[in-house]
Design a protein around this ligand. Structure first.
Ligand code: ADP
Length: 176
């Protein structure tokens, strides 16, 4: 499993799946969630509403993940995950690690070979980008060590700002 760091907008990535830093309601929000919904089009919200009306009546729990089609995106799939909200007292790194691990598990089940993650919880949810990078790389590395060959080959971290790119690069180079 290869890890790459990319500066830019995750909605334009040509990967098999992009991960959305959603909220539990799955009904849209700001930040990367809003950008993904705008780029994918209204069918994405319809698919999320359908999930809420059927399998996820109480919403998607923190640390869990669920897939929908990508609709207007280049990516075939959107994998929605809910990061912990530090402002709501959700400070357990295991919850954040679970976002990455569960997204990878869902991706593998869909036959995804390339996957793009945003910096889950590093925006409105208030986590420090350095800690997000450490948790994310650690989760991806542990997942790769357990999973058989032939699954997800490329994991991109697509980061909006040069500052976040610099933080992720330095964590990756330090061996986290
Ligand atoms: P959360 O609520 O999980 O903190 P946010 O969407 O507020 O999620 O922020 C997560 C990260 O995604 C932040 O670093 C933010 O700058 C970044 N971000 C926002 N829009 C995009 C986008 N279009 N592509 C990639 N990253 C984005």
């Amino acid at each position: 499993m290869r890890i790459e760091i990319v500066e830019g907008d995750i909605t334009g990535r040509t990967v098999d799946a992009v991960v959305n830093a959603a909220n539990s309601s799955l009904l849209g929000g700001g930040g990367v969630d809003g950008a993904i919904h705008r780029a994918a089009g209204p069918e994405l919200l319809e698919a999320c509403r359908e999930l809420r009306a059927t399998t996820l009546r109480d919403g998607l729990p923190v640390g869990a993940a669920v897939a929908t089609p990508g609709y207007g995106l280049q990516a075939q799939w959107v994998i929605h995950t809910v990061g912990p909200n530090r402002h709501a007292g959700q400070t357990n790194p295991a919850l954040l690690a679970s976002c990455f691990t569960e997204s990878l598990r869902i991706a593998e089940g869909l036959g995804v070979r390339s996957l793009a993650f945003p910096a889950v919880s590093a925006g409105v949810y208030g986590w420090d980008a350095r800690q997000v990078a450490q948790v994310a790389f650690d989760a991806v590395r542990s997942y790769a060590a357990r999973s058989p060959e032939g699954g997800v080959e490329l994991v991109e971290f697509v980061l909006f700002s040069p500052e976040t790119v610099a933080v992720f690069r330095s964590v990756l180079e330090s061996g986290f």
